[in-house]
Design a binder for this molecule. Structure first.
Ligand code: ATP
Ligand code: LTN
Length: 332
């Protein structure tokens, strides 16, 4: 990758195995566009502490996710892949950013509102509230130009931009202003058990029928699609209801088809046929990833080495930005 290529940064939480929403909305795009950018991908383990998680799960899921990303085509020769907690500058910059963030900005974040409503204010930690400041630190530390994500992260990136502009206005040109990159297809895959809710790792942990994981067996994938929520219509009709639309969206994104082609293929077909079609398309797309995943997991020491080497290479970049900010605000 040319050193003048725009910098890409994106992150993913190691709270549970990644699902096909993560794959279609983010990971597949990261892997495909590696040659166009100067890439940094981050396993955001500090963010995973914002919801209850036990230590053994966090430790294991960091490796599961690292192996999943490599198996999905993230090439460590083209992209840095590291653990957020390996570079302390993330936590340090996050604190400074929190101090410059009006409370009202964070109170408006829909992810915080939804999650705190689900769990109750006495049960969620303060980290869930300040989460976007840590995400802004991740992005801003590396002079990021482009942040490829799913639709659910748009608001967090808008916040990052607003905050960076606010700080630049006050202290001079400290930060590069990043832009979100959100594709039209696959940016918002919904839960199979509830097409009103975004497919999410944290929901999948308690409702296994909610999401198809990248590392699910073919039988599990068939079973999950067979049970996916649809509606009382006898066959596929347009406009389709939310459950059917979600299955069609998964199908057209996996197969990279336009809506017209998908409509032609499934109009008038019974739901059982649609479900089988989607399941087989997903199984076929995931098969090579699952094979590579199993190979990569044979060598966890090598996996850990890859993560550490990236962190060692990135730390000087992060530290230089942190120093710039510390100087600007009067800490140095
Ligand atoms: P959690 O529920 O633990 O927050 P998540 O499933 O929302 O997990 P993240 O680790 O937060 O996943 O997100 C990783 C990337 O996947 C982000 O770019 C995010 O926008 C994208 N993503 C997450 N869920 C979906 C989805 N349902 N459809 C498309 N993209 C998604
Ligand atoms: N908040 C994101 C994960 C995330 C991220 C980032 C994404 C943390 N830091 C920096 C892009 C850039 C999420 O929950 N999907």
């Amino acid at each position: 990758m040319p050193t003048t290529a725009p910098r890409v940064f994106s992150g993913i939480q190691p709270d549970a195995p990644a699902h096909i929403g993560n794959y279609l909305g983010a990971i597949r795009n990261w892997a495909r566009e590696q040659d166009r950018y100067n890439n940094i991908f981050c396993i955001v383990d500090l963010h995973s502490l914002t919801l209850p998680i036990d230590p053994a799960t966090l430790r294991e899921q960091r490796l599961v996710l690292a192996a999943t990303l490599l198996a999905s085509g993230i090439d460590p020769h083209k992209s840095a892949l590291f653990l957020q907690s390996d570079i302390p500058a993330h936590s340090e910059l996050a604190w400074i950013l929190e101090c410059f963030t009006p409370m009202g900005w964070l109170e408006r974040m829909t992810q915080f509102k939804e999650r705190s409503a689900r769990l109750g204010n006495e049960r969620v930690g303060t980290g869930l509230f300040t989460y976007p400041a840590l995400m802004a630190a991740d992005i801003l530390l590396y002079d990021t130009n482009v942040v490829p994500v799913g639709e659910d992260q748009r608001q967090h990136i808008e916040y990052t931009r607003d905050l960076a502009k606010r700080i630049n206005q006050r202290f001079g040109e400290i930060f590069v202003i990043p832009e979100a990159l959100i594709k039209e297809a696959g940016a918002r895959i919904m839960g199979l058990d509830d097409p009103e809710a975004k497919m999410s790792k944290s929901i999948a942990a308690s409702s296994p029928g909610h999401a198809v994981m990248i590392i699910d067996s073919p039988d599990d994938i068939r079973r999950k699609f067979a049970r996916a929520q649809t509606d009382a219509e006898p066959a596929v009709r347009f406009p389709a209801g939310p459950g059917v639309t979600n299955l069609l969206e998964i199908y057209r994104t996996v197969r990279e088809l336009g809506w017209e082609q998908v409509k032609e293929e499934f109009a008038g077909k019974p739901y059982s046929e649609l479900k089988r079609g989607v399941a087989e398309a997903v199984i076929e797309a995931l098969r090579p990833i699952q094979e590579r995943y199993r190979e990569i997991r044979q060598d966890d020491a090598g996996l850990r080495r890859t993560l550490k080497e990236s962190a060692e290479r990135l730390a000087p970049i992060a530290n230089a930005t942190l120093t710039r900010v510390q100087q600007a605000v009067g800490l140095r």
